[in-house]
Design a protein around this ligand. Structure first.
Ligand code: PGA
Length: 248
């Protein structure tokens, strides 16, 4: 079976300024990080260049979104080519805030995934059900449909990390239990096995996001199909180091 290196992404969202980010970056740069864990920080687009210049090269940099073409008359948008030009290697796509605050459709997210991969960026592709969908028993249906659209647009699964982030757990302090996370991750891996290939099912990292903290990360990380985390609030704090080292 393929070895899946643990992957921890920090999603800074629309937080920080040069002063506070410099402080955070210096903590990350000097920390002892488990060397088998891949670490990526998602910076606001205006700070991508700054983050890439300041962060140690063992830590990757991600944009938090991008558009689906290389350039043109799209006021306010950024392209994968620009992200790469700033030296960043990753982009987060389909985050629940993009889907539910800014109304991005599955179709647009799929186009963004395709274009980012064609542009040689790696992608953290996010999926997850809302509370009412979980309560209605449609979690599987929702995450499979989201994964299907992503999958139709993936040209190289080696450059994709799938982030399962139940919307009800994001920024709410309500983490999915290790059993709830494992159950969905295991089903997603089975979906990949049936719909893509054994190789992709065995090798793709499926990471969990939603109120991950230093306090709950070890138990979540001990689940078989939890291959890492996407961390919002706690990625802005020194406890992010403990989350990175959850499997150490
Ligand atoms: P949170 O955010 O850790 O603050 O819940 C996670 C995310 O949005 O990726």
């Amino acid at each position: 079976m393929a070895q899946r290196n643990f992957f921890v992404g920090g999603n800074w969202k629309m937080n920080g300024n040069k002063e506070s980010l410099e402080e955070l970056i210096s903590i990350l740069n000097t920390a002892s990080l488990h060397d088998q864990t891949e670490v990526v920080c998602g910076a606001p687009s205006i700070y991508l260049d700054f983050a890439r210049c300041m962060l140690d090269l063992r830590i990757g940099v991600a944009a938090q979104n991008c558009y689906n073409v290389a350039k043109g008359a799209f006021t306010g948008e950024i392209s994968p080519a620009m992200i790469k030009d700033c030296g960043a290697e990753w982009v987060i796509l389909g985050h629940s805030e993009r889907r539910h605050v800014f109304g991005e459709s599955d179709e647009l997210i799929g186009q963004k995934v395709a274009h980012a991969l064609e542009s040689d960026l790696s992608v953290i592709a996010c999926i997850g059900e809302k509370l009412e969908e979980r309560e209605a028993g449609t979690t599987e249906e929702v995450v499979y449909a989201q994964t299907q659209v992503i999958s139709e647009n993936v040209s190289d699964w080696a450059k994709v990390v799938l982030a399962y982030e139940p919307v009800w757990a994001i920024g709410t302090g309500k983490t999915a239990s290790p059993e709830q996370a494992q159950e969905v991750h295991e089903k997603l891996r089975a979906w990949l096995r049936s719909n893509v290939s054994d190789d992709v099912a065995d090798s793709v990292r499926i990471i969990y996001g939603g109120s991950v903290t230093a306090g709950n990360c070890r138990e979540l990380a001990s689940q078989n199909d939890v291959d890492g985390f996407l961390v919002g609030g706690a990625s802005l704090k020194p406890e992010f180091i403990e989350i990175i080292n959850a499997r150490a």
